[in-house]
Design a protein around this ligand. Structure first.
Ligand code: ZN
Length: 379
């Protein structure tokens, strides 16, 4: 089955940064029409031909600046609702700050852009499809107690609001239940819940539940349960983070459980926002001095942040990480896992070459190497 691609018409200024963002895989599933303007006058001409879905501009244009152009669009061309995104250099001048405020533009993004950043900004404005990285499967052993029985299950999409639960045994419709969650280290949380829906699934059942009367403490514990999982692997403690680092992330109770040698596994962290990042950095600062920690299987999102801000790695170092590639022929985003060792201390690391397993074509590295690999020397 093929879905009709969503048509998106963009007017963009001629900038390598913008054009490279438009090659991000998300855009390839759209019927994208981009008109590239070399100047402010060119943008105005294109707007007169047809109003696009959005305009993306570099702040400096050969014949003017994007903020004045945006203001002109708002005031003189009557394009008050047209989404306008302006890309600015990392350092904003004082003049630019006041220009942003008066221009009426919708978003200002500063360089360097993260992978797919422009897509996500447009997706939010235009209602474009985004791949869902939010599904969290937590194999939290779960005991369901109702008046008549006790069941074992697994939680999916667990949050402080509720969960979807898969049971290995059938469920006989009961509207309120008690859920006992194993928090590790001998702790557990008992939470009242109401069953919103249920249906048979294989030999058991699936149910959607809503937690009732969740205290702040319980919400923090549940969020922590969803954010990380601690296991002992021989002489190491292995902590897997299985949730995006957003405002929902919680490291409650983790720092205190850490022993001398810890590995943080970050492969599932696909998205990091500024609040999540602040929570993460606060967590690293809480870790007692005797704990030696390292990072393994670092996701692209994590590496990107670590390259921007060394505090993301605290005093740990990276053992292995994922690197972003694309296959130009299959139109696919492919991540390759690399060991950090060969890159450490290397002046200008080159991404290793790979070919596509599907078609044999050489994969392209999907970022600027000098920017992406910075986290390996950024310390
Ligand atoms: Zn291919």
């Amino acid at each position: 089955m093929t879905l009709t691609s969503r048509r998106v018409d963009l007017v963009v200024s001629n900038s390598t940064e913008i054009l490279s963002q438009l090659r991000w895989p998300g855009f390839r599933h759209l019927a994208l029409r981009k008109r590239v303007a070399d100047s402010a006058a060119g943008v105005i001409r294109m707007l007169a031909e047809a109003v696009p879905d959005a305009v993306i501009l570099e702040s400096r244009l050969p014949d003017g600046d994007a903020f004045a152009l945006c203001e002109h669009m708002r005031l003189n061309l009557g394009l008050t609702a047209l989404p306008v995104v302006i890309i600015v250099p990392a350092a904003l001048s004082h003049l630019m700050r006041s220009a942003i405020a008066s221009s009426g533009c919708d978003e200002v993004l500063s360089l360097p852009l993260h992978r797919g950043q422009l897509y996500h900004v447009l997706a939010a404005r235009l209602g474009l499809p985004t791949r869902c990285h939010h599904r969290v499967r937590v194999q939290a052993p779960l005991a369901i107690r109702s008046a008549s029985y006790e069941l074992e299950g697994e939680a999916w999409d667990l949050s402080a609001n509720g969960a979807r639960i898969r049971l290995t045994q059938p469920f006989v419709g009961e509207s309120s239940i008690q859920v006992r969650m194993d928090l590790g280290a001998g702790r557990e949380l008992v939470q009242e819940a109401s069953v919103v829906w249920h249906k048979p699934h294989l030999k058991g059942a699936e149910l959607g539940i809503e937690f009732v009367g969740v205290t702040e403490e319980a919400a923090r514990l549940i969020n922590a349960l969803v954010t990380w999982r601690l296991e002992q692997r021989e002489t190491l403690q292995w902590v897997t983070f299985h949730r995006n680092l957003t405002d929902q992330a919680s490291f409650e109770g983790l720092a205190q459980q850490l022993g001398d040698r810890v590995v943080f596994d970050l492969r599932h962290v696909r998205l990091i926002n500024s609040i999540g990042l602040a929570i993460w950095i606060r967590f690293l600062r809480e870790i007692p001095d005797h704990v030696a920690y390292r990072f393994a299987h670092c996701s692209v999102a994590f590496c990107t942040q670590a390259s921007c801000a060394p505090t993301v790695l605290g005093r740990g170092s990276v053992d292995s990480f994922f690197a972003p590639y694309i296959c130009p022929a299959c139109d696919q985003e492919i991540e390759k896992e690399l060991e950090a060792d060969p890159f450490t201390g290397v002046e200008a690391p080159e991404p290793p070459r790979f070919t596509c397993a599907g078609c044999g074509v050489d994969l392209l590295f999907d970022d600027l190497p000098e920017r992406y690999f910075l986290f390996l020397s950024n310390r």
